[in-house]
Write a protein that binds this ligand. Structure first.
Ligand code: ADP
Ligand code: MG
Ligand code: MG
Length: 909
């Protein structure tokens, strides 16, 4: 029955109906507010409306369930009793905030309204009680502003033209008034001014939005609750969820909490802190605070906040008083809370606090976002402090964060030679080079055109997330280390500098002026950010690979202790093989033979390949192949040598041959000469190779079926390399992989060639046995359907998920760009299936192939070698599907190792 569902959970006075592990129901904020109460911390009382009510609300056609408000008022009664005040009371009114809070934190993405409950019935009483009319009128005009913006405009889906939103209109009213009065700052406004402004605000709200600002405490609260639910489907919240992969069904909770005020004067303040340094992981308390302000002000980056303590001082804020200096005893209290929280949550936390007339209140705590470096350092520290065990330590670093440890930085030598353009705070580490853009939209558009951009903003706000994502780096003129930009950038491991105060950004004209100089930064100018130091440079500075974190190897040792699935690499050269070994690859899952025909040093082999392609008849082709043989063998041998003792999977020639036909007249002439035919004849032979659908044309195993001598040459190179290495005392482990197969007959056909070459090589070198494996790529749906038969011939499968995805969806890999964004925007696809395995469709084929294949051959080895092999979600899927190994590019090997270890820790297959 509906009526038996508990929809509201109260907290306050060291008691709570919820606790930390109830995040799914209460959201992260609500669960942790409850937990802080249970820990005996000073938390203003309140209650949490569950995430299930959010779902009910949407299922119920955007209506609150009838049972909710009675339960809310009952909970409010408890809050009132604890706080000793009454909501809506004319003498002793309780004011509340209405705060959003999803399961996983979405900083700034949803809405919160403060000071709810101020209306004509309560204001006089609050003024009498506080004896501070200015504070009351200031809180009231803030309420009108927030409420009109969040509840009356945004939540009602009104989308005014840029700059015509109600918040902007009210801001303008405020500015005009200050101008008229000759005031410089908000603090010049006295009680009468603010009272007058509040009336003006209400008039404007009514005329602009067509309905009056509600002058009734009950109506205000109900409106606030609905607005929070609605903000779950706000534009910015939706785009953030898509980037972070948070399901739409989760919903948000609503927290209603007694207000405490950081804006009551100089003994009041508000702040944000991290229990350890979120950029480096150092075990020092790190934070920012502002005297006489409301919480929003610190995060919004409106003014540069003060440092919390000595450890937090930097070039930008060292002239400002720290909390340690200004309020030593409250600071001490906060330090004690820091210890209690870390001991209890066993993690680094991000906290919000407010001080009302020297009394400290905790308003929020959650696991703090951190850089990859910090995540790794903190995991290792907490392990040695005994706070967490090895498996927890492994779970503490997000696989995608490792990327950042391997991030490029500014080449120090090159950096020394240039002057610093401007300085800011080092909010997100690493370096970035790109062209300046001034709006998030431009960042997205330019990025789609393939430009690398730096997003330069006065300050970022939650609307900018997509642009921040698209940018190489982020630079803001205002804000501190806990500003929105800093938080989001750190979460993504993105290079970011905030608070570069010398920059005067004018987004409208797409220019930024530098204070005290006539230098102007324009859209499209190239700059370099050093996010580790906070330095901005004009022009592009040489970047270099990240220096190694000395604890990286120790951490990876822990990772491998938990890991059960293998990790190989895709490498086509001995050099790549070497790098991959250093990153811990346990073999090569994909060696593309054709690689030797691209790029540096490919001239000669490419020439010979072209000669082979344009040959007419077997004999001419064999001559060319013979010449090509030594190049192919050299690469194969050197690669197996670099991977000594580990398997190397050689894929037989895969691409359509016409890709290699020379287009330039000189190259054609050269070939004509070498083949002893005319240039016209060369061009003609090239034309005959043209195909209308080469992706499904004459490629892969089909080449070997029409030109068996091509397969033969490659297989001979593999066997001969192996024998030579064996004779040199090495331990080669070759695997021959046949691409683009759809039937076991193709495998049998190629196997016959392999058997014959094998016998020849053994007798030529006088050797009895060469250990090797024979197998196939699985990249055509038909091969999946017939996997049981394929496994009769194949000793291993390797899923080529690029082609398999292409063939399963019917989406061309090369043309998906033309429509992918629309599919994502319309939620027709959750993610790009070429980056992360489509578990619903392609995943079924994979699972089926593994089952069918192993039914035929129980010890069948199964791997994956598509792009998705290094994608953490795909790695987990591969683990669950019973794969023997994943194979990915060398730089993603550590990421795949960690993702595989975490998959094992999460549960058995
Ligand atoms: P977000 O999830 O975006 O951080 P919050 O719900 O935490 O939003 O609230 C925004 C700001 O308002 C924070 O700085 C918070 O500390 C402050 N705030 C929220 N509720 C209260 C309250 N009851 N008393 C004082 N400040 C509050
Ligand atoms: Mg918050
Ligand atoms: Mg393929």
């Amino acid at each position: 029955m509906m009526s038996t569902i508990k929809r509201v959970y109260t907290f306050g006075a060291r008691k709570a109906e919820g606790k930390a592990d109830m995040k799914n129901l209460l959201g992260g904020k609500g669960a942790n507010l409850a937990e802080m109460c249970l820990l005996g911390l000073p938390v203003p009382a309140g209650f949490t409306i569950t995430t299930e009510v959010c779902t009910e609300y949407y299922e119920n056609n955007w209506q609150l369930p009838a049972e909710l408000m009675p339960e809310v008022w009952a909970a409010m009664k408890k809050t009132e009793d604890i706080m000793g005040m009454r909501y809506g009371d004319s003498e002793n009114a309780l004011l509340v905030s209405c705060r959003s809070g999803a399961r996983s934190s979405m900083p700034g993405m949803m809405d919160t309204v403060l000071n709810i409950g101020l209306c004509s019935a309560t204001i006089p009483g609050v003024i009498r009680k506080t004896n501070n009319p200015r504070f009351v009128w200031d809180s009231y005009r803030r309420l009108i502003m927030m409420y009109a913006d969040v509840v009356m405009e945004k939540a009602d889906g009104l989308e005014p033209a840029d700059g015509r939103g109600i918040r902007k209109q009210l801001d303008d009213l405020l500015d005009d008034y200050k101008h008229k009065k000759g005031y410089k700052s908000d603090t010049d406004l006295n009680a009468d001014d603010l009272k007058y402004l509040a009336e003006e605000f209400k008039k404007r709200v009514h005329s602009s939005l067509g309905q009056p600002f509600p002058d009734d405490a009950k109506a205000q609260l109900e409106g606030g609750i609905k607005a929070v639910f609605k903000s779950w489907n706000g534009k910015k919240a939706v785009s953030y969820r898509r980037i972070e992969g948070i399901p739409d069904e989760w919903g948000t909770a609503v927290n209603v909490q007694a207000m405490v005020f950081g804006n009551m004067g100089d003994s009041s303040a508000t702040g944000v802190a991290f229990t350890r340094n979120p950029a480096t992981g150092d075990n020092t308390f790190y934070g920012e605070w502002l005297i006489n302000a409301q919480g929003e002000d610190v995060v919004a980056g409106i003014r540069t906040p003060n440092p919390l303590n000595n450890e937090t001082k930097n070039d930008q804020n060292s002239h400002l008083k720290s909390m340690q200096e200004a309020m030593p005893s409250t600071y001490k209290e906060l330090c004690d809370i820091r210890d209690i929280l870390e001991t209890s949550f066993k993690d680094m936390l991000d906290i919000e606090f407010t001080i009302q007339e020297d009394t400290l209140y905790m308003l929020q705590c959650r696991a703090g976002k951190r850089t990859g470096t910090a995540a790794l350092n903190m995991a290792m520290d907490m392990l040695s402090e005994g706070l967490i065990d090895e498996r927890k330590a492994v779970m503490r670093v997000d696989p995608s964060q490792l990327d950042e440890l391997l991030h490029p930085i500014c080449d120090p030598a090159a950096e020394k030679k240039v002057n610093i353009f401007v300085k800011g705070l080092p909010a997100g580490p690493g370096a970035a080079v790109g062209k300046v853009v001034f709006t998030a939209e431009d960042a997205v558009v330019w990025n789609r055109k393939g430009e690398k951009v730096i997003l330069l903003r006065e300050e970022t706000n939650p609307e900018d997330v997509e642009g921040m994502r698209a940018a190489e780096g982020i630079l803001t003129a205002r804000g501190g280390m806990t500003s929105h930009a800093a938080l989001v950038a750190r979460g993504w491991g993105k290079c970011c500098i905030v608070g570069a105060g010398q920059l005067h950004v004018d987004a409208a004209s797409k220019k930024a002026r530098v204070a005290g100089s006539d230098v102007v930064l324009k859209e499209g100018d190239t700059i370099t950010l050093n996010g580790t130091k906070g330095n901005v440079y004009l022009g592009a500075i040489q970047l270099m690979d990240a220096t190694e974190n000395p604890r990286f190897q120790d951490f990876m040792k822990l990772v491998d202790k938990s890991r059960t699935m293998g990790v190989r690499t895709n490498a086509d050269t001995p050099a790549d093989a070497k790098i991959a070994r250093e990153f811990g690859a346990e073999g090569i899952g994909l060696f593309r033979t054709e690689h030797m025909f691209y790029g540096e040093g490919s001239d000669q082999p490419l020439f010979l390949l072209r000669k082979m392609i344009l040959s007419e008849g077997v004999n001419e082709r064999k001559v060319a192949l013979n010449e090509l043989f030594k190049f192919v063998k050299k690469d194969i041998k050197a690669t197996m040598e670099a991977m000594n003792g580990f398997p190397v999977t050689f894929r037989l020639l895969d691409p359509p041959l016409h890709e290699f036909v020379p287009q330039s007249p000189e190259k054609q002439a050269e070939l004509a000469k070498s083949l002893g035919i005319s240039v016209q004849a060369v061009a003609k032979r090239g034309e005959t190779l043209h195909e209308s659908n080469p992706m499904m044309g004459h490629r892969g195993v089909r080449l070997g079926v029409t030109y068996p001598e091509v397969s033969e040459m490659q297989i001979r190179a593999i066997f001969e390399s192996a024998v030579e290495l064996i004779k040199e005392g090495k331990d080669p482990r070759p695997e021959i992989m046949v691409p683009v197969t759809c039937d076991v007959s193709e495998l049998d056909f190629t196997k016959k060639i392999a058997d014959q070459v094998y016998a020849e090589v053994c007798s030529k070198f006088g050797i009895k046995e060469i250990e090797y494996k024979y197998g196939t790529m699985i990249e055509i749906p038909r091969a999946c359907l017939l996997a049981d038969r394929m496994a009769k011939s194949a000793e291993f499968f390797s899923f080529g998920t690029n082609d398999l995805t292409q063939m399963t969806f019917g989406f061309s890999r090369d043309d998906i760009g033309g429509f992918l964004n629309e599919y994502l925007d319309n939620k027709m696809l959750a993610a790009d299936p070429f980056q992360t395995i489509d578990q619903d469709g392609v995943g079924q084929l994979i699972k089926m192939s593994v089952e069918k294949g192993r039914a035929t051959r129980p010890d069948l080895k199964v791997g994956i070698c598509g792009e998705q092999g290094g994608d953490p979600a795909s790695v987990e899927f591969c683990y669950k599907s019973g794969l023997t190994y994943v194979s990915c590019s060398p730089f993603r090997v550590p990421i795949a190792r960690l993702a595989a270890a975490q998959a094992s820790i999460r549960g058995p297959r």
